[in-house]
Ligand binder design. Structure first.
Ligand code: NAP
Length: 320
């Protein structure tokens, strides 16, 4: 099979398209014919060798794939050959024609969700779901700022928050990103590349502030976020690419809190709940992954450059 293989940590050029043996499922494993693989920012940190998880070399990147079950190992009864599935982590990597997974790592892909959309489910929607429900315990009637509402996680968070009755405000750094956030459910959108947008956000809440902020770039925004919170407001740090200085008094005076997590750390029970919620949302049409761009798998190096550039528009996926 064709697969992207990383033999040494480094820049996007270390992503090589190679012919390698197709894996065979052992007991409890599933072989998925991958039709689309999602590109996530963490794939680039892992490829650089700077991420908390450093896979043994060589490895094939990718946790998020969608496709058809090609074969099952002994004892597998959750899926059968031909079933449409999405993956939440894999054993052998999703940037490939086939990926081996544990039985627990595949979930049914609802009929109305395309393979490309299915490749944008686990990390983006799982993260948004965990942030809103399990971490911040968001409630209908609250006001949430989704800081970075144009990317994979942001679009997912806008759709989920809107569906459960929050007033959603979102930021993006391009015209098309602002339009996307609005189309997917944000009541007000703000350009995070313009100075003065924090004041505009406060104005949009009539000076009240925000109950909740989901933060995709904490190293840039966290200090400002704390000044926008209502009493008992909370920030959930989802993404950060460096250090930041905050004024703890901004939290103390508001009795505010900062939550943070990585999706790798969710418990089995939380993961089960996440999939149940996401599948229900996809089936009833409230969750609709947005695919901004599809590239052939050979262009994985380009995808790794583009995912870190501004001008996000939903998901970037690779097609084997
Ligand atoms: P993505 O699709 O590349 O989107 C990145 C988002 O960040 C875009 O909306 C982008 O907006 C926005 N952004 C850029 N500059 C910003 C600024 N100054 N303030 C606020 N937002 C800004 O990435 P993603 O998949 O949505 O992930 C977002 C972040 O969360 C990444 O850092 C990722 O590593 C992290 N993440 C963490 C977890 C976890 O487990 N904690 C899980 C998934 C993702 P424009 O492009 O429109 O400027």
């Amino acid at each position: 099979m064709k697969a992207i293989v990383v033999h040494e940590f480094g820049g996007p050029e270390v992503l090589k398209l190679e012919e390698i043996p197709t894996p065979r499922p052992a007991a409890g494993q599933v072989l998925v014919r991958i039709r689309a693989a999602g590109v996530n920012p963490y794939d680039t940190y892992m490829r650089n060798g700077t991420y908390a998880i450093k896979p043994p070399l060589p490895y094939t990147p990718g946790s998020d794939g969608a496709g058809d079950v090609e074969a099952i190992g002994e004892g597998v009864n959750k899926v059968k050959r031909g079933d449409r599935v999405y993956t939440a982590k894999t054993l052998t990597g999703a940037y490939a024609e086939y990926a081996l997974t544990l039985e627990t790592q595949v979930q049914p892909l609802p009929a109305k969700i395309t393979y490309a959309q299915g490749a944008g489910v686990w990390v983006p929607y799982g993260t948004a779901y965990h942030a809103l429900y399990q971490c911040a315990q968001a409630r209908a009637g609250e006001t949430v700022l989704i800081h970075g509402a144009s990317g994979g996680v942001g679009v997912a968070a806008v759709q989920i928050a809107r569906a459960i009755g929050l007033t959603v405000l979102g930021t993006a750094g391009s015209e098309k990103g602002l339009e996307l956030a609005k189309r997917e459910g944000a009541y007000h959108v703000f350009d995070h590349s313009q100075s003065g947008y924090f004041e505009q956000i406060l104005k949009a809440t009539n000076g009240r502030g925000l109950d909740l902020i989901l933060e995709m770039l904490a190293n840039v925004n966290l200090g400002h976020d704390l000044k926008l919170l209502v009493p008992h407001g909370r920030v959930v740090v989802i993404g950060s690419r460096g250090d930041v200085t905050i004024s703890p008094r901004d939290l103390m005076t508001r009795r505010g809190s900062i939550h943070a997590f990585t999706l790798w750390g969710v418990t089995e029970a939380e993961e089960k709940e996440i999939h149940a919620g996401l599948i229900a949302g996809m089936e009833n049409g409230t969750l609709r992954p947005v695919v901004g761009k599809e590239l052939p798998i050979a262009e994985a190096p380009r995808a790794h450059k583009e995912i870190l550039e501004s001008g996000a528009y939903g998901k970037l996926v690779l097609v084997p």
